[in-house]
Structures are given as structure tokens and as C-alpha cells.
Write a protein that binds this ligand. Structure first.
Ligand code: FMN
Length: 203
């Protein structure tokens, strides 16, 4: 077990290069769904994703060269599907390269269903589904952009829905959560512990 021997032993990382491969970090893993210009659909995995505050905004980081970015901008909408650990392979396949015609044949392995209020696909078998109207796009974080949506519809599988009097351990055992550990690893969370909030803390 590492011990804290003071800052003298710390290794300085080179910040003229990206630092994100030098250690493992925890991220969600979702599939962003969009409508293609030719009427087809697209799903692509993203781990740089987050709620933006507590008022139902959702953001993901994407490169402008990705179809996901172009589709979301053009159509003004996208969806978010949260896959289960059992859907890891399908989730990864959605990052397969496109062929010379610009198609992503690997998407045939991913069953989809329609969103309620936006024109974009959702992944069948996932556990949480968000539909988003494009709120804004902020370009210029190096090669990357932040794509922000306002959540206009959300559906959840009852097997993962929290209830005030429910047992969190049983919920996670029954429906584990998929986590991406960048770089190149994943984890399945099927147990958790009560967080020790300080007395009097306000959100
Ligand atoms: C596990 C995993 C996580 C990924 N996370 C992101 C991400 O957060 N942002 C991003 O721009 N690309 C991410 N990618 C890469 C894109 O999803 C991938 O390049 C995809 O093929 C782009 O497809 P599109 O052109 O259909 O949008 C990830 C890929 C994998 C396998």
C-alpha cells in the first residue's frame, strides 16, 4: 500500500503532452445516438461525459471530425444510452472504423429502438435512456469540443431505479453498472458503500 512520504517523491508529468494515459481514471461509458444525413443512424461510445449541473443538462466531449459531432450539430439532437456490463462488446464495436463508403457495418450488431421525441436511435437492452435537444457546442479544447444537450425525455429500466426505501446493495447486485477505466480497461460495479457526508453539508 503506497504511503505518503511528502511531495518530494512525486513524479512530475510532462504537461506539454497529454497526461491522461499516465494513470487510470474512472469514467462512465455511454453510447451517443444520432441521425445520419442519409437517414441512417449512428451510435458511438463516449466516456468523457457528464451531467452539467443539477438541471438536466448533459455534455459529452467529441471531435468535430466524428460523425456524432456533425450529426448532433446538423440535427440539433442526440440520445444517450447507458449499456450494461453484459453489452461491453457491442459498446466497443460501435467505435469500429468506417468503410470506404463512410458506413460503419459493425452497427448491425447493435439492436436499436426509437427515441420518443427526437429523431435518433437508442440501444436496446441498456438501462437508462436520455433524449437531448442540442443546447450549445463549445469548440476549441485542442481538437475537442463540448457538445451540450438539454434532456427532453428520460426513460429507465425499473431494475435500476432507486427508491427511497430500497436496498442499494441489492439494486447493484441485480443490475451492475459499467465503468470505463481509461486507458483500455473497464470495471463492473456490483457493490457500493454509504458515503460519509460531513454533518450539516449542503449541496
Ligand atoms: C471505450 C471508448 C470510449 C470513447 N470515448 C470517446 C469520447 O469520450 N470522446 C470521443 O470523441 N471519442 C470517444 N471514443 C471514440 C469514438 O467513439 C470513435 O472514434 C467513434 O468511432 C466515432 O464514431 P462516429 O464517427 O460515428 O462519431 C471512444 C471509443 C471507445 C472505444
Amino acid at each position: 500500500m503506497p504511503t505518503d512520504t511528502g511531495p518530494g517523491h512525486l513524479v512530475e508529468l510532462n504537461t506539454t503532452q497529454p497526461i491522461w494515459e499516465c494513470f487510470y481514471w474512472v469514467a462512465p461509458l455511454v453510447l451517443i445516438g444520432t441521425r445520419e444525413a442519409d437517414g441512417g443512424h449512428d451510435l458511438a461510445p463516449k466516456h468523457m461525459v457528464t451531467p452539467l449541473g443539477w438541471q438536466n443538462y448533459f455534455g459529452f466531449v467529441c471531435e468535430p471530425r466524428h460523425r456524432t459531432y456533425q450529426n448532433a450539430r446538423r440535427e440539433g439532437a442526440f440520445t444517450v444510452s447507458y449499456p450494461r456490463p453484459s453489452q461491453l462488446v457491442e459498446t466497443s464495436l460501435a467505435a469500429s472504423p468506417r468503410d470506404s463508403d463512410g458506413n460503419k457495418p459493425a452497427l448491425d450488431a447493435l439492436p436499436v429502438f426509437a427515441a420518443l421525441g427526437v429523431d435518433a436511435p437508442l440501444l436496446r437492452g441498456g438501462y437508462l435512456f436520455l433524449e437531448c435537444a442540442l443546447e450549445r457546442v463549445i469548440d476549441g479544447f485542442g481538437n475537442n469540443s463540448l457538445v451540450v444537450g438539454r434532456i427532453t425525455a428520460a426513460r429507465i429500466d425499473p431494475s435500476v431505479q432507486r427508491h427511497a426505501d430500497g436496498d442499494p446493495q441489492a439494486l447493484l447486485k441485480n443490475a451492475p453498472l459499467l465503468v470505463y477505466l481509461h486507458p483500455e480497461r473497464f470495471a463492473s460495479i456490483d457493490q457500493s458503500f454509504s458515503f460519509p457526508f460531513p454533518a450539516g453539508m449542503r449541496k
